[in-house]
Design a protein around this ligand. Sequence first.
Ligand code: MG
Length: 265
Amino acid sequence: MPVTIKSAREIELMRAAGKILGKVHQDLGKKLEPGMTTFEIDRLGEEMIRSYGCIPSFKNYHGFPASVCISVNDEVVHGIPSKKRIIQEGDIVSLDIGVIYKGYHSDAARTHGIGEISKEAANLILRTRECFFAGMRYASAGCYLHQISASIHNCADKYRYGVVRDLVGHGIGSHLHEDPEVPNFRKFHKGIRLRPGMTLAVEPMINEGTGSVEWLDNDWTVVTRDHKLSAHYENTILITKGRPEILSVTEDEIAEGIWAPGGSE
Ligand code: MG
């Protein structure tokens, strides 16, 4: 499938979808506390998504049984919400959420610490976000796609973290997953040249130890092979001639200065 360039109308719809998703992440993130089940978190998330007139992108997507992917500690992505899974003080919890607004998707992920977490865990979360923004330095028209990938990888290398290679980011629009694939690791070829109007979901998945992963028996949940921690940070972005527009964040986050996370700029 060719990489699509979104029209002005499509971009407006994706901006609206992104603003809603940013708000859902912000509100759901604040509700997390020790003792909740991942089932409860999913239910709250789905209620929020539907309260904005949106449809959860992930529900029933290739049979995924819930609206929010909730991945705890060594789980990288695609954790399935469960009444048996209770989050506890010291855990790190990744929420990956997609919404459909008037036919257009937005996709974003955040990792949250529950109560007091270790310094190592807090650093992993902050630096995974830093990796995303390192990628954003090359997310402009005229750059090549794999410059984003290499910049994410270089940032992770700086901390000797493992980069997950079995899963990648993606184009996004009227479909959740569109071309191109957006790897988080260096490639030998440059990839496509970025053009204004492309919309991408860029999503570093960064591990404390090895980047190797394996799938659990449920065929969904991906865990680190060494069972060390993993963090995930994702936004849907719009390529422009200058800095990319980060679509899946709130106005508050932009006002707080998302462009200098962890002093990496
Ligand atoms: Mg995604």
